[in-house]
Ligand binder design. Structure first.
Ligand code: 5AD
Ligand code: SF4
Length: 495
């Protein structure tokens, strides 16, 4: 474990979160620490026992769950999909919107019965919700069957927290409000053998006024380039076909290096040279998306032509209130510059409707921006007030009914455009990385294009894990259906 662990191991396991403290951004340098081996006596704790992790939210959480699984497996636990078979259930939570939080409380309520039937079950809550004091207080008051709460900054302490939860009658709560350092070499059990997530940075300093993430994930801390590049090299060696570089705002990568002038464009250029077949990244903030990055992405090759570029709103007034630090025109200008360099780029986005006092005209500006940019798809949300954020204090006179209506109108437009974009692929042959069987029909294979579109087609199972050529015969709104044509393509070129 990390160096200060020995003393930490014995301290009291009751530290609750504080959002005000989480907001502070200290000037001190971030240290890179190494995850030290889990002590021998904790390596057998889970022998013959099973773990289950329920994950909500973004890819960052999905990847954190892979780290948590890695730690649990080093402690001897094996995975299970069955709640009734599990000896430990961890809920990795998301705090970005209220409905995500409601689902977690629903799940906790439901698991109470299981805990009654199996008192030795360890039930834990981690992730972004754990970083909120209101959530922790609610769990302490109303969900006393929970055994363990830890946050996003102290995942590496799980062996000790779990040991304590197993042997203590009290609820173990340890949430650090201030981000920790960057801990390298954490164990990981990746859920997919083809596509891997790679963290390049943690935290966010953007403080968009609606967003809780800068409070739950702490200040921006970049991983050192050599550590990221080494991880990608290892993944390439292990046969991974795709990596997605992860950060809340990847375009801020490297800003926190005091000794190094090395930014996201440099990292992409270096990752590109490793030669893993596909490289993606998410999420990028339009504000820091610079021409140097566009230049690197335009080299293409394994850098795929898909950019997720959250716009949030098409109205400059609302963008200002959101503190997004760009306006409608500069976003559109960025899109123009990207399209000039990468004409066939696929753009996707995130949009919030019903921000406090958004007028119908301002909403119309969002619709017109969506029409102008023609995103291939978009994640759309109704604004959800998050306690502790500046927007939550704004008076809001837009009724929920109106917000729902806007969301519906926006979704209609987004799906019309998606359908049109997919229709344009009819008859075209696209490269697909075959992921596995289709979820709905095991006779059908599923895979993704470079632009991350889901493709279904018939073919032998041994294509799983390979790149194949598929002709799109039946484009739908959200997926594409086609025919596997490698042999035809090969015979045409005489192979
Ligand atoms: N309400 C609604 N949507 C939100 N998002 C972030 N915070 C909120 C909120 N308070 C959305 C943004 C972001 C995506 C991950 O979630 O669109 O890009
Ligand atoms: Fe939230 Fe804005 Fe940071 Fe994205 S950039 S995580 S929306 S504060």
């Amino acid at each position: 474990m990390v160096n200060q662990e020995k003393e930490n191991r014995f301290r009291k396991f009751f530290v609750t979160p504080d959002l005000k403290l989480a907001k502070k951004r200290g000037k001190e340098d971030v240290k890179v620490l190494q995850f030290e081996e889990i002590p021998e006596e904790l390596r057998t704790i889970g022998r013959g026992k099973h773990y289950l992790i329920q994950t909500y939210g973004c890819q960052m959480n999905v990847h954190d769950s892979e780290v948590i699984a890695g730690i649990l497996e080093q402690m001897g636990y094996s995975p299970t999909e069955e709640e009734t078979q599990a000896d430990i259930i961890l809920i990795n939570t998301c705090a970005v919107r209220e409905n995500a939080e409601d689902k977690v409380f629903g799940s906790l309520g439901r698991l109470k019965q299981l805990k009654v039937e199996k008192p030795e079950l360890i039930l834990g809550v981690c992730g972004c919700m754990s970083q909120e004091e209101s959530v922790v207080n609610r769990i302490l008051r109303r969900y006393q069957h929970v055994d363990l709460i830890f946050g996003t900054h102290n995942i590496h302490r799980l062996p000790y927290l779990l040991q304590n939860a197993l042997f203590s009658k009290e609820m173990v709560v340890e949430v650090w409000s201030k981000e920790g350092d960057v801990v390298e070499n954490m164990p990981k059990v990746r859920q997919d053998g083809l596509r891997a997530w790679v963290n390049i940075m943690y935290g966010c300093d953007k403080f968009c006024t609606y967003c809780i993430v800068p409070y739950t994930r702490g200040k921006e801390r970049s991983r050192r380039p050599e550590d990221v590049l080494q991880e990608v090299r290892d993944l390439a060696r292990q046969g991974y076909q795709e990596v997605t570089l992860l950060g809340q705002n990847v375009n801020a990568y490297g800003k926190d290096f005091a000794d190094l002038d090395y930014r996201f464009a440099d990292l992409m250029d270096d990752v590109r040279k490793i030669g893993i077949p596909r490289v993606r990244f998410t999420t990028s903030h339009p504000r820091d998306f610079d021409d140097r990055l566009i230049e690197v992405l335009a080299k293409r090759g394994n850098l795929v032509e898909h950019i997720h570029l959250p716009v949030q709103s098409g109205s400059s007034r609302i963008l200002k209130l959101m503190a997004r630090k760009y306006d409608r025109e500069s976003y559109l200008d960025l899109v123009r510059r990207i399209r000039q360099a990468i004409p066939d780029v696929v753009l996707t986005t995130d949009i919030i409707v019903g921000f406090p006092n958004e007028t119908e005209e301002e909403f119309q500006e969002t619709l017109s921006l969506v029409k102008e940019v023609e995103f291939d798809s978009a994640f759309t949300f109704i604004y959800s007030p998050r306690e502790g954020t500046p927007a939550a204090k704004m008076k809001d006179n837009i009724p929920m009914e109106e917000k729902r209506d806007r969301l519906q109108r926006l979704n209609q437009l987004v799906s019309d455009i998606s359908r049109k974009k997919n229709e344009a692929l009819r008859g075209q042959v696209v490269e697909v990385l075959v992921e596995g069987e289709s979820k709905k029909d095991s006779h059908v294979l599923a895979g993704r294009t470079r632009t991350n579109k889901l493709v279904h087609f018939k073919g032998p199972k041994n294509l799983i894990g390979q790149f194949v050529q598929v002709r799109i015969d039946n484009p739908k709104t959200w997926t594409l259906e086609g025919e596997w044509v490698d042999q035809q393509v090969h015979s045409q070129v005489g192979v």
